[in-house]
Ligand binder design. Structure first.
Ligand code: GAP
Length: 451
């Protein structure tokens, strides 16, 4: 983790939030390359789960909703965690996270201490207070006065916006079951436990699908989504599938309304923890919104005339956790040959899936000489029409290759003095380090083929 965090800062992927003011707990900013990487993950997710499917419709709902929506969803009453405080250093912790920290070390056994009272403060070993309830919803006030009538909340998940718009979407799209609503958006939770980099933050992005079904179909639809999720991790994110754990949540541990939940967990360097999940939420959400709003949210089957509240299967993904997994999977240290015969050095290379890499192509003129720039600059400008391109002319070519390896650029295009004669460039592959001579006129098609 330390290597990843330091690489992310050094290369502009992720910076500590508000760093010049000493930072803010569990807050991080995505730098230039981090923005690109996260954007690429979101685009790939959207394409895979929404754009390429005939049964999904998109939505972009408000972050601040009528507070009654959170009353209906149960968040105001139940989105609580138990908080304990150290009597000596006054650091605060979530009781469930302290229990987890003490049991879920890498290669853990799931043997847990029986109660929180058996634990001490992980920072100073002081005694802990009795656990107290606290609500994780982030509160604000709307308008000029701050009282109970103006309280509003920043959404802790995107799901609510999709449920309250169910009838609107049904009316405008005339969809038949099964169909889904999808959105990606910022969410906010008052997290107090140390976050393990971008694993747990106060604001983060969720990509969520609410898939509306006739309840008789739930088992086969759940299996369909599980296999789509597997395909996503295997084909698009290209993770080592041995690093994922498919945790079937047993009876008694699921939310009261869920008939089946699978947590997809990952072997992080700090332990096995949740990456994302899929839950069969029955008609819990629509029935609660129907009861609290007084609006009829039922669906009428056009063939049978049957009127009922659809049930929901909800695959949910944390975009920031996906980015963390992408970084962890990509990180490699390898021995690579240097310019000196027979000598090697360690190279750090981020082997991102090519379509997710923040920079796809680097254009590297061998020297800063004007004659090379007159070819390299227009070449980079042309490539920018289709690829994310970096242009780098400083330091030795070997150092520039290492810099591009460290941010996972799949292809480096070198313009050298021979280019002036043969109108060709050298293309170097990030993973094999093999180099090929390609005619400039054919370079665009060659690279398109590679992606
Ligand atoms: N609508 C269901 C829902 O919100 P959740 O498990 O509470 O479920 C969904 O959250 C996903 O959001 C998680 O699986 C995780 O990937 C991500 N997530 C939750 N809390 C987070 C946090 N504090 N920081 C970063 N990601 C978080």
């Amino acid at each position: 983790m330390d290597k990843i965090v330091s690489l992310c800062k050094r290369r502009g992927l992720v910076f500590p939030g508000s760093e010049i003011y000493g930072g803010l707990a569990n807050s991080w900013d995505y730098g230039p390359l981090g923005h690109l990487l996260k954007q690429n993950i979101k685009k790939a997710w959207w394409r895979f789960f929404v754009q390429e499917r005939a049964d999904m419709v998109p939505l972009d709902s408000a972050i601040i909703m009528n507070p009654k929506a959170w009353e209906a969803s149960g968040h105001l009453q139940n989105f609580n965690d138990l908080l304990v405080e150290c009597k000596k250093c006054h650091h605060r912790f979530r009781a469930d996270h302290l229990l987890e920290m003490n049991s879920l070390e890498p290669g853990h056994d799931k043997e847990q201490p029986k109660t929180i009272s058996e634990l001490v403060c992980p920072d100073c070993e002081g005694a802990l207070t009795e656990p107290k309830n606290f609500n994780q919803m982030l509160k604000t006030f709307l308008g000029p006065t701050e009282d109970s009538s103006t309280v509003a909340y920043l959404r802790p998940e995107t799901a609510g916006g999709m449920f309250v718009n169910f009838k609107n979407i049904l009316n405008v799209t005339r969809r038949r079951l099964p169909f889904g609503i999808a959105q990606i958006g910022k969410c906010f939770r008052n997290e107090i436990t140390p976050g393990n980099f971008i694993f747990r933050t106060k604001e983060f992005e969720i990509g969520e699908l609410e898939y509306f079904i006739n309840p008789k179909d739930w088992e086969k639809v759940f299996e369909m989504w599980l296999s789509e999720i597997k395909r996503w991790w295997q084909d698009i994110m290209q993770v080592n599938m041995d690093h994922l754990i498919w945790h079937e949540i047993p009876d008694g541990e699921r939310a009261h309304y869920s008939k089946r939940t699978v947590d997809i967990e990952y072997q992080y360097p700090f332990g096995v923890k949740e990456l994302h999940g899929i839950a069969y939420r029955t008609d819990f959400d629509l029935s609660r919104h129907q009861a609290v709003s007084g609006q009829d949210l039922q669906y009428t089957d056009p063939e049978t005339g049957e009127k009922f509240l659809p049930h929901v299967i909800e695959p949910t993904f944390g975009m920031d956790r996906m980015m963390l997994v992408c970084l962890l999977e990509a990180y490699h240290e390898e021995e690579a040959p240097t310019a000196k015969d027979g000598e090697t050095e360690t190279r750090v290379v981020m082997k991102f899936p090519k379509n997710l890499a923040p920079i796809q192509v680097a254009v590297l003129p061998l020297s800063k000489k004007e004659e090379l720039a007159t070819i390299a600059e227009p070449l980079a400008a042309e490539l920018r029409q289709n690829f994310s391109v970096d242009y780098d002319e400083t330091q030795s070519i070997g150092k520039r290759y290492r810099r591009q390896d460290e941010v996972g650029t799949p292809y480096c295009v070198t313009v050298d003095f021979e280019t002036l004669e043969d109108r060709a460039v050298t293309v170097r592959d990030r993973d094999t380090m093999k180099q090929e001579r390609i005619k400039i006129a054919e370079l665009g098609d060659y690279l398109q083929g590679k992606f």
